[in-house]
Design a protein around this ligand. Structure first.
Ligand code: ADP
Ligand code: MG
Length: 251
């Protein structure tokens, strides 16, 4: 088993509010990890700390061949942070597409600006990715001409464009009308089956049961329970997991 990603003892505070209280998490290459937990428990902050949109105060993050440590008074350099972030991709709850760019241009943007790919190369890779997420025909549409589900699939193609080694999803379907959720989850399952390493915050328990290798429950900035979906979702060991699942009507 090759470890693709590891976080050790990550702590993160906003002012006096400690949001992440020493979290350890690792992902094997190709593993799909689903993170669940109550609103406000720190799930988004956890993902943002992995791609360093939020800066931990303590702990370390590791991808193959590179480690970033957070120690008080010795912040990592911005070059280190950028290099680390570029190896990850993020899919946001609210898509975050540029409204003035077409689907194709949205997918090309990061490849051209961040990765300095030629436009021709970025265009051909982006067309491939849009086709893969079922939107080859929509390449020239602007975000406002697309449904939420289509916009989110553009968001996934964009995240894939820069060839990330780790893909992060923050409640990717929670802003969608129910009938649009399936297409997005379908694309995510296809990526999972191709061996993409993924950390997914979601309340889609069917996705968790069918696609996750491991489910982790976070509450109040602490990892409460972790295990195969069958165990965590059907036979949780911890009272806090049971009460969360019963609140979302799963137990
Ligand atoms: P979740 O995604 O599980 O709902 P979040 O990670 O968004 O939880 O938030 C966890 C806690 O951190 C909340 O108390 C929230 O108010 C706080 N928080 C999140 N982002 C910020 C921020 N940028 N500044 C200050 N507090 C924040
Ligand atoms: Mg959140």
């Amino acid at each position: 088993m090759t470890i693709q990603f590891e976080m050790r003892n990550i702590r993160l505070s906003y002012g006096s509010n400690e949001v992440l209280k020493g979290i350890d998490l690792s992902a094997a290459k190709g593993e799909v990890i689903v993170i669940i937990g109550p609103s406000g428990s720190g799930k988004t902050t956890l993902l943002r700390s992995i791609n360093l949109l939020a800066k931990p105060t303590e702990g370390s993050l590791r991808l193959p061949g590179s480690e970033i440590r957070f120690t008080e008074g010795q912040p990592p350099s911005s070059a280190e942070i950028l290099a680390f972030r570029r190896r990850t991709g993020m899919v946001f709850q609210s898509y975050h597409l540029f409204p003035h760019l077409t689907a194709l241009q949205n997918v090309m943007e990061g490849q051209v600006v961040v990765q300095r790919r030629s436009k021709a190369e970025a265009r051909s890779r982006s067309m491939e990715l849009l086709t893969k997420v079922g939107l080859g025909e929509k390449a020239d549409s602007y975000p406002h001409q697309l449904s939420g589900g289509q916009q989110q699939r553009v968001g996934i193609a964009r995240a894939m464009g820069t060839s990330p080694e780790l893909l992060l999803f923050d409640e990717p379907t929670s802003a969608l009308d129910p009938e649009l959720v399936g297409d997005v989850l379908g694309v995510m399952k296809a990526l999972a089956s191709e061996g993409m390493t993924m950390i997914v915050v979601t309340h889609e328990m069917r996705f968790a049961s069918e696609a996750a290798d491991r489910v982790i429950l976070i509450d109040n900035g602490v990892k409460i329970e972790e295990g195969p979906p069958e165990q965590v979702l059907r036979h949780p060991q911890q009272e806090r997991t049971r009460s969360f699942l019963s609140r979302i009507h799963l137990l």
